[in-house]
Design a protein around this ligand. Structure first.
Ligand SMILES: Cc1ncc(C[n+]2csc(CCOP(=O)(O)OP(=O)(O)O)c2C)c(N)n1
Ligand SMILES: [Mg+2]
Length: 553
């Protein structure tokens, strides 16, 4: 890594260990919680955590995937950088799926990873937890990584890593440090946090976008994860353009679902087919472009923090590069001049939403479960999704009112992310209730972290829909493979007793009404809770998710 030009150091250079300098720097960047699983490689770092006292909360988990998913959940729920700490080799690999998901979701997660003795790195002696080319493995997983080689550079490397996580397209970063380096001491000058550099807004491109969108007759806005901090701007543009806003997972809540212009996949596809212009904001547009078609009659404007993203599938007419909110504010100003008079579409949208709901009703009883969860979860409560039947229905029909209140795993769609990610969200947002939805298959990936919920008093409420199967897989085997079922049945524990064995509250709900009552009680009690919901086979959601094209290519 190239050295950053010298920053102005803070006045006094106190003697510190590498670990202490790292902690001081994390705290200076507002990171006051770390999710961690200790081990000998990081003992001096944990000693620095201990010495930081109340300034730093250390949430230790029962598996490294739990620590990493918790940091991811905290990052997704807050939009702010979060850190996890693990031993090298197996510790790193155990956290790998979460780090991969953080990359896919542009989540600012910092991995602090131990290393074997500095002098032995790369020499193949077979030290405890040694893995070949750990730095190379990490470099494939994140955009920014470095090794901290001593106390004097720890703070600068932490500052640089955190800056990289917020610069341009956000994402995870990783820092390694060798077992014999964390404890080394020297006078240390701390590097203060740096503000992200915002790219200059291209005013010509803003004008071109305003002209194009202003003239278009039927605009569709598509909001992705990059639109989460631009909710007021997206809402205003939707109103000015009378444009529906499509979001599937990461962009949900950017336009409040109580606004009839807020649409999910099936309506979004219809509108994509009718649109003459699309404004994609912080989204790869992957599903629409690859599934629904993108003929030349569809003019596309993209807003993206990543310069490389807009042209990936097809070069848009206009690309605006940078954070969405400031760009959209300029676009709103310019559009005021170029926008045509438009007929109000509110009634049309209300009618289309009602029709869609009729169609979706065949997802029963999933939708009834989705409805009671929405009824009991307060407006700013956080719903954490999983790769499960009720989860798929929620992606289509759970009304999301605010950004960052539906957390869904993005294109990795990795089974088993949910419970620990939700724990992290609840840890970082103790002020709002968090509910974690799980299948019986996915839950046991990180269900052991019930121990973490108890140890750290994290009042997460988890719902486990138990059908005794990897239900999604089983249904595909039944429907598409002549009922040749294999490896998709599950031997389950009694989930209520399982929760109780940790000291958590366990409840059972046999139908949507009972689930509503159980959720009400759990949110009132504010204690770690698991609600088991026994279910039978559930109808397939896939006709509403994988849909045929509506345009030419
Ligand atoms: C990491 C990972 N492994 C495997 C899969 C494939 N997969 C998708 S859904 C599913 C079954 C989910 O079972 P369960 O959690 O019980 O939910 P259900 O479909 O029964 O509601 C599997 C194995 C995946 N998405 N991610
Ligand atoms: Mg299942």
């Amino acid at each position: 890594m190239a050295k950053r030009s010298k920053k102005k150091p803070t006045p006094a250079a106190a003697e510190m260990s590498t670990g202490e300098a790292t902690v001081a720097s994390l705290l200076a960047h507002g990171l006051n919680t770390v999710y961690a699983l200790p081990g000998v490689h990081n003992d001096h770092l944990f000693d620095a955590f201990q010495r930081a006292g109340d300034a730093l909360r250390v949430v230790h988990t029962r598996h490294e995937q739990g620590a990493a998913y918790m940091a991811l959940g905290a990052a997704l729920a807050t939009g702010k950088p979060q850190a996890y700490v693990i031993v090298p080799g197996p510790g790193l690999l155990n956290s790998g799926a979460a780090l991969l998901t953080a990359y896919g979701m542009n989540a600012p997660v910092l991995a602090l990873i131990g290393q074997i003795p500095a002098a032995a790195i790369g020499r193949g002696f077979g030290h405890l937890h040694e893995i070949r080319d750990q730095a190379g493995i990490i470099a494939r997983l994140v955009d920014h990584c470095a090794r901290i080689d001593g106390p004097g550079e720890a703070s600068a490397k932490v500052a640089k890593a955190i800056a990289s996580m917020r610069q341009g397209r956000p994402g995870p970063a990783a820092l390694e440090c060798a077992i014999d380096v964390w404890g080394k001491r020297a006078p240390v000058a701390l590097t203060p946090p740096t503000a992200p550099r915002l790219p200059r807004i291209d005013e010509d491109a803003v004008r071109a976008a305003a002209k194009l969108l202003g003239k278009a007759k039927r605009v569709l806005i598509v909001a992705g994860g990059g639109a989460q901090d631009a909710s007021p701007e997206v809402t205003m543009l939707s109103d000015m353009l009378q444009a529906p806003v499509l979001a599937y997972r990461r962009g949900r809540g950017v336009l409040d679902a109580r606004n009839p212009f807020s649409v999910t996949l099936p309506l979004g596809r219809e509108l994509w087919g009718e649109a003459d212009a699309v404004l994609g904001i912080g989204t790869r547009l992957f599903n629409p472009m690859t599934q629904w078609g993108m003929d030349r009659d569809l003019q596309i404007v993209r807003v993206d923090a990543d310069r490389a993203e807009p042209a990936r599938l097809r070069k848009p007419k206009v690309a605006l590069i940078g954070d969405a909110a400031p760009i959209l504010r300029r676009l709103i100003d310019a559009l005021a001049k170029h926008n045509t008079r438009r007929t109000a579409r509110r009634d049309e949208m209300l009618e289309r939403q009602a029709k869609l709901r009729q169609r979706l009703n065949k997802l029963s009883p999933q939708l009834a479960f989705v409805d009671v969860i929405r009824a009991e979860l307060p407006e700013d409560g956080i719903y954490v999704d999983e790769v499960t039947q009720v989860g798929f229905a929620a992606r289509l029909a759970f009304p999301v009112y605010k950004p960052r209140t539906l957390l869904s795993p993005g294109y990795q769609d990795n089974l088993g992310w949910g419970y620990a990610t939700a724990l992290g969200a609840q840890c970082a947002r103790p002020d709002v209730p968090v509910v974690s939805i799980n299948g019986d298959g996915g839950f046991l990936y990180t269900g052991n972290e019930l121990a973490t919920a108890m140890r750290h008093s994290i009042p997460l409420v988890a719902v486990v829909f138990a059908d005794g199967a990897f239900g999604n897989v089983r249904r595909i085997q039944q429907e598409l493979f002549g009922n040749r079922v294999i490896a998709s049945d599950l031997a389950n524990p009694d989930f209520v007793k399982y929760a109780e064995s940790f000291g958590a509250a366990g409840r059972r709900a046999r139908n949507p009404v009972e689930l509503g009552a159980a959720l009400k009680a759990a949110f009132a009690a504010r204690e770690p809770t698991l609600i088991e919901v026994p279910v039978g086979p559930l109808p397939s959601p896939w006709e509403f998710i994988h849909m045929p094209p509506v345009r030419g290519i």
